[in-house]
Design a protein around this ligand. Sequence first.
Ligand code: PEP
Length: 247
Amino acid sequence: MRKKIIAGNWKMNYTPKETKAFIDAIKDKVSGTPHEVVFCVPYVDLATALEAVKGTDIKIGAQNIHQEDKGAFTGEISADMLVEIGVTHVVIGHSERRQYFGETDLGVNAKAKKSLAKGLVPIICVGESLDQRKQGVTIDIVRLQTRIAFLDIPEGDAKKCVVAYEPIWAIGTGLTASSDQAEEACKAIRDVLGEIYGTAVSDEIRIQYGGSVTASNASELFKMPDIDGGLVGGASLKPDFEKIVNF
Ligand code: PEP
């Protein structure tokens, strides 16, 4: 049985003060659940968030790392920096990073490997654009992105990864993939992981759905056989996030 993982991707929202206020208000309702709950917050909010969740089982994640250990990479943050302060998860290859910051499939692979080497759980995002869905290549795209993301990752590490299937057309748009569309893509991801590692391993890897998850569609999505929770953007900034976690 895979433990569901429900992660909030706050993107570029909430100052440290707002972070404390939000987490203080919601933490009792989203902790002690059967699921793993993670808040992926902006870098400057990490210390506040870590302090605010102390004494609960809520985990704190970052939204990106650099693939190198250290050096002349102005403006970047390393895995060691995150681990030292208590961060446990990191979002890798979010479509906004691919779209606005030029992240590539091979870069995603490098960041996933660095996260694993440093003990961070990578939440690896894959997903097709609206054009790609219309062209009928959704499954080819998610299979390819998944294959490249997992290049040279040994099976012991692969099991620690989380994959987030996030159709780009559903992110922040209010459009949600139907549970059948989401399941089809998540199953395709599990199938390709099975081809790489065998089904014993792919059956252990958690695959989330992300894209306009709300309190009203979470339970239908999360009950699908290959969907092990969600990566939630806008709705993770609202009190209703509690309803998504307790779907
Ligand atoms: C996301 O940021 O990963 C996301 C899925 O956003 P939203 O839930 O707002 O669509």
